[in-house]
Design a protein around this ligand. Structure first.
Ligand code: OGA
Ligand code: MN
Length: 293
């Protein structure tokens, strides 16, 4: 039976029904899912039973999976492809990922091999909140004036994990030694401010409040005003979808044309536990030259 695709908002997002991802998915269904994902940027599957091997098998249908080497400290003990986004204590220690994603970002844009897709699967969710927002960065680009688009088309911007950790108020629980290691694993990179999507050919803004520090060749002070404008512009309500999770939901978003945010709208007295998997994309950007730092 063909899948059904129901848009979830005007600007972004669709719910896919009529498929059980817990079982092998045939080629026609996979192609229909991929098309719906390219069209809607983030897709939602409800009521899926996905133990890690099944989530991994589904992920592999879309490409090579990341083993989270750039953030190695919170992988699933038996499945390095699965990264735990959780506020549960593990081994008696406070979770290092309980506040992952609290600033808008695109996964791994601070590397030269950023991810294509993220698949986030919900195992436990607080009674209220714990929502995730996703915004449409094609629309963010397309709604700018032609003159500003022409300026941005020529610019690169610095993305770094160091910047993300330094200005993120939720990063305080992380141990400094771990932050040092993360920065060593991921030195700053230059990414195009406008990225051409390798599959759709459409242009999207590729900057984020979390990870973008400044324009290449400009100081942070020179960049700040325009970047702040773009951060605010790109998350206008009409460009966003906000997902209220239920257990067994799986969300799959396209990191090449969206940013996302883990909204801090719940209490850590309640449990939120997710399995994340990321599919690698085509390379983007380059390491910053020492003289550009
Ligand atoms: C992520 C992320 C958002 C969330 O897993 O990459 O940003 O809502 N998660 O947990
Ligand atoms: Mn993320």
């Amino acid at each position: 039976m063909p899948i059904q695709v129901r848009p979830l908002s005007y600007g972004i997002g669709a719910e896919i029904s009529g498929v059980d991802l817990g079982r092998p998915v045939d080629d026609a269904t996979r192609a229909a899912i991929r098309q719906a994902w390219l069209d809607h940027l983030v897709i939602v599957f409800r009521g899926q039973d996905l133990p890690p091997p099944r989530q991994i098998a589904f992920g592999r249908m879309f490409g090579e999976l990341d083993d989270h080497k750039s953030v190695p400290f919170y992988r699933h003990p038996e499945h390095p492809e699965i990264y735990l986004i959780t506020n549960k204590k593990i081994g008696g220690k406070e979770s290092q990922t309980k506040d992952t994603g609290r600033l808008w970002h695109s996964d791994h844009s601070f590397t030269t091999h950023p991810t294509m897709a993220t698949m986030l699967y919900c195992l436990e969710i607080p009674p209220v909140g714990g929502t995730t927002m996703v915004c449409n960065m094609y629309r963010a680009y397309e709604t700018l004036s032609p003159a500003l688009r022409a300026v941005l088309d020529k610019l690169d911007a610095v993305h770094s994990l160091e910047h993300y950790s330094a200005h993120n108020p939720y990063f305080t629980s992380r141990d400094p030694e771990q932050i040092r290691k993360m920065n060593e694993l991921s030195p700053p990179v230059a990414q195009p401010v406008v990225r051409v999507h390798p599959e759709t050919g459409r242009k999207a803004l590729y900057i984020s409040e979390g990870q973008t520090q400044r324009f290449v060749g400009m100081s942070q002070a020179e960049s700040a005003g325009l970047l702040q404008y773009l951060f605010e512009h790109s998350v206008k309500p009409e460009f966003t979808y906000r997902h209220a999770w239920k257990v067994n939901d799986m969300l799959m978003w396209d990191n090449r044309c969206t940013n996302h945010l883990a909204v801090p709208d719940y209490s850590h007295q309640t449990t939120r536990h997710m399995h994340r998997l990321t599919v690698l994309g085509t390379p983007s950007g380059r390491l910053l030259e020492p003289q550009e730092r």
